[in-house]
Design a protein around this ligand. Structure first.
Ligand code: G3H
Ligand code: ZN
Length: 283
């Protein structure tokens, strides 16, 4: 069955590794992510943005995640990514999501606390975990778009306070990463991660995990990042593989002939990330 993130993230913080959230975009993504996690004996989080939800349909999304969890002997969470409202979060919990993110980062601090707290109280009563967000993460992901120059780093004092006031299970803070493809090398503020992580007992979440150098990821984990979100790298792996197949064979028409290899390409990215994050063998 699908489980909340609470237990897997608690263990990650204690063991100083990170659990990957890989976004689901269709069936092939779901299979690739779960197969890689099973083979690596790793806990895993299936992230679903509201845009991806509209694309796949709520019923198909939950059914695919449940089918994957049914035969997998590892902890799998089905998690709403960047949830926009209390109503959306409640609807998805009702449909079978085991975890939700409420992204109130575009509200004032007070409003963000108030709304996040409301989601936490309702979700926890149903055994569902909640991720909150503070500061604004740059770049574009489906409905959420923030110009790089408007991205605001999280204030460490505020972040600690936010955790204490809301009781979230994981906290995403803006520390210099961005959604999508990076223009230059991202400058991650390890000092902010360190200052916040020391004061709270839940892991911090790094969004925009695609395209960050391995050493930077490892360092971020050592300072307290316990959940890392990856989507763009998987999308690129899938699309590049399909482009390659089309370039070599202009007659191919059976989708299985290119979606199958594309699924393998995603699986290899997920496997590499799981090993990099150190969650292999931790299921
Ligand atoms: O919430 C999802 C992630 O932050 C994904 O970011 O597409 O840059 O890997 P990414
Ligand atoms: Zn994100």
């Amino acid at each position: 069955p699908l489980v909340s993130m609470t237990e897997m993230l608690k263990k990650a913080k204690e063991g100083k590794y990170a659990v990957g959230q890989f976004n689901m975009n269709n069936l092939e993504f779901t299979q690739a992510i779960v197969e890689a996690a099973v083979e690596e004996n790793s806990p895993v989080i299936l992230g679903v943005s509201e845009g991806a939800l509209r694309y796949m349909g709520l019923e198909y999304t939950v059914a695919m995640a449940k089918a994957a969890a049914e035969k997998a002997d590892i902890p799998i969470a089905l998690h709403l990514d960047h949830g926009s409202s209390f109503e959306v979060a409640m609807k998805l919990i009702g449909a079978g999501f085991s975890s939700v993110m409420f992204d109130g980062s575009h509200y004032s601090y007070e409003e963000n606390v108030k709304l996040t707290k409301k989601v936490v109280e309702a979700a926890h009563a149903m055994g569902v975990s909640v991720e909150g967000e503070l500061g604004t993460i740059g770049g574009t992901e489906d409905d959420v778009s923030v110009a790089e120059e408007d991205a605001l780093l999280a204030n460490p004092v505020e972040a600690v306070q936010f955790y204490k006031e809301t009781n979230v299970d994981a906290l995403a803070i803006a520390v210099g990463s961005a959604h999508g493809v990076y223009k230059g090398e991202p400058k991650i503020r390890f000092d902010i991660i360190d200052a916040v992580s020391k004061e709270i007992d839940i892991p911090l979440v790094l969004h925009g995990g695609s395209g960050i150098p391995d050493e930077t990821i490892k360092k971020a984990i050592s300072y307290g990042i316990g959940k890392i979100n990856v989507n763009t790298e998987n999308q690129i792996a899938m699309t590049e593989k399909i482009r390659e197949i089309f370039a070599n064979d202009s007659k191919v028409y059976d989708p299985r002939k290119y979606l199958g290899p594309a699924r393998e390409a995603i699986k290899e990215v997920v496997r590499d990330k799981i090993r990099l994050f150190g969650s292999n063998g931790k299921a």
